[in-house]
Structures are given as C-alpha cells and as structure tokens.
Design a protein around this ligand. Structure first.
Ligand code: ADP
Ligand code: MG
Length: 287
C-alpha cells in the first residue's frame, strides 16, 4: 500500500556566515526517510535546532530540499504543478505554533478562516457554511467571527489557525508545536480535538512536539531527530518506554513530563524506570 506521505533521503543545508572562515553550511536536515500512513499520528520529537521545523517546511513546500524525494499519495510533491498542486494543497495543511503571526491584523476571524476556501474557488454560500461549521468544531464561539486577531486570547487565536488549516478538510495536517504556547487546559482541549478529528474525519497527523505527555496522548508512532538525522523510530511504547538511542534517552530526561503517572510501557519495566519527579510536573486529566 502506498503511504499517504513518504520522505526518501531528504536533505537540506543552510548557508551560514561563520566569522573569518567565511560561509559554511549547516546540514539542517540530513538524509531523512519516513512515512505517514492514512489516518495515523506520527510524532516527530527532537531537541531545539534538530531540524524538525525545517523538515515540516520542506513537506509544506515552503522551502525546497537539496536532495531527496517527498511523495504525497505516491506523487512527487516537489514536481507537482497546476491543478495537481492545488489538489495537494487542499489535502496537506500545516499549522505552526505562531501561525497566527502571518495573518493580517486587518482581517476578521471569518475572513481569516474563509481565505483558503476563496483561494480554492468555492462559492460564497458554501464558504459561510464551512466557516461556521469549523468554528464549531474547534470550539470557537460564533460571535467571535467579526473580531480582529488582537481581540482574541492566545488559545482562541490558535483555534482560528487550526480552523483555517482544517477548513479544506485535509488528509494530512502537519502540526509544528501547535499547543506549546498555550495554557495547559487549552493544550489538552486542542490535543483532544486533533484526536477526535483523526477518528471522525480520518485526518493523519505529523505531530511535532517537545511534550512527551502530548505525544503519549495522541501519537501512534514516534521518530526522534537529532542534528538533522533520524536516530530512532518505533511505537510510542517502544520509543518512550525503552529508548535505544542515547540521544533519545537524553531527550526523554530533559523533556518536561506534564503527567507524572507512568505509562504502560514504564509500568512494564518496573518501578525503577519511572522518571523522577521534577518542578515541571503537573498533572493533566486523562479521559
Ligand atoms: P527545530 O524546529 O528542531 O528547533 P529548525 O528546523 O528550526 O529546528 O532548525 C534546524 C537548524 O537549522 C538550526 O540550527 C537552525 O538555526 C537552522 N536554520 C533554520 N532555518 C534557517 C534559515 N532560514 N537559515 C539558516 N539556518 C536556519
Ligand atoms: Mg521548530
């Protein structure tokens, strides 16, 4: 079966000015191969600067890789044009932690969410209905539709960003630290929303996160990135419960654990394997 998304040996180096030695390049993404199946949630974790956002930007065609292939439903994403590209643009959406900063401060919430539908050429009646439906789906009160971005809370703004990325009913959502800047209850709500969209709409997720409890909550599989390379891959239980790579272990030790209760995988390893308590530990409710 053809994966929904497949990356084959993708690499990208940035040119960086470096003192007297002149320009050097930094290998931000270094030979990454991965796949996301239909309706699956793949978590991409890694320390800051490991190349996660660059990889997300390559998949979203915001930046071209130096080498490698990006296949969406088996089609070479980097070679698509015209109607094929428009179709894929609908099916593959991305939401960043700070997505909202790219929105115009002079657009109202309704217009912001509606814009992708305008670009895709949908008729006005359908657009209005879609906007209302997705505002409801992400838990935004209908009366917020005439507000401007600065008149919203952080959580409301992120929900607007999410509604905008979901309004075209994509098959894959790349979510780059989508809840990192939000308060804990809002984080939980949005994670549950993404999880529900997976179940109700068959949405696949490439979920980029620092937060282990978020990963445990919604991901099926995890890949770990370090210095541009994938260093580990497996199910959530395998990677978080029995990490093989030293980078993964270091990352697990450094990551804040929002939920101090041990995972099923940790339970299986016995009491000594649970991580020590720390100042970052806050309990979040699980359903
Ligand atoms: P992450 O999202 O995992 O924190 P990034 O993909 O943002 O990592 O960055 C990976 C590396 O590439 C970092 O060293 C970063 O400084 C560098 N980088 C990212 N974007 C650029 C750019 N536009 N120009 C130069 N270097 C960049
Ligand atoms: Mg990033």
């Amino acid at each position: 079966m053809i994966p929904l998304l497949e990356l084959r040996d993708v690499a990208l180096a940035f040119k960086v000015p470096r003192g007297v030695r002149g320009r050097e390049s930094l290998l931000a993404v270094d030979g990454v191969s991965l796949h996301v199946e239909d309706g699956e949630c793949l978590a991409l974790v890694g320390e800051s600067g490991s190349g996660k956002s660059t990889l997300a930007r390559i998949i979203a065609r915001l930046v071209a890789p130096d080498r490698g292939e990006v296949l969406f439903e088996g089609n070479d994403l980097l070679a698509l044009g015209g109607a094929d590209l428009r179709r894929v643009r609908r099916a593959l959406q991305i939401v960043f932690q700070d997505t909202f900063t790219v929105f115009s401060p002079r657009q109202r919430v309704r217009q912001i969410i509606e814009e992708p539908l305008v670009v895709q050429g949908l008729p006005p009646a359908t657009r209005g209905e879609c906007v209302r439906r997705w505002m409801g789906e992400v838990g935004l009160d209908q009366e917020l539709e005439s507000r401007y971005p600065h008149q919203l809370s952080g959580g409301e703004r992120q929900r607007v960003a999410l509604a905008r990325s979901l309004v075209l009913e994509p098959r894959l959502l790349i979510a780059d630290e989508p809840v990192a800047a939000l308060d804990l209850p809002v984080q939980v709500h949005i994670l549950d929303l993404l999880d529900r969209l997976r179940r109700d709409h068959g949405l696949a997720l490439l979920f980029i996160s620092h937060d282990l409890s978020a990963v445990e909550r919604i991901a099926d599989r995890v890949v770990v990135m370090n210095a541009g390379r994938l260093v580990e891959e497996g199910t959530v239980g395998e990677v978080l419960g029995r990490p093989k790579d030293p980078h993964t272990r270091a990352l697990l030790d450094a990551m804040p654990r929002l939920d101090p209760r041990p995972t099923a995988a940790q339970n299986a390893l016995g009491p000594d394997s649970s991580s020590p308590s720390g100042p970052n530990q806050v309990s979040i409710p699980r359903q």
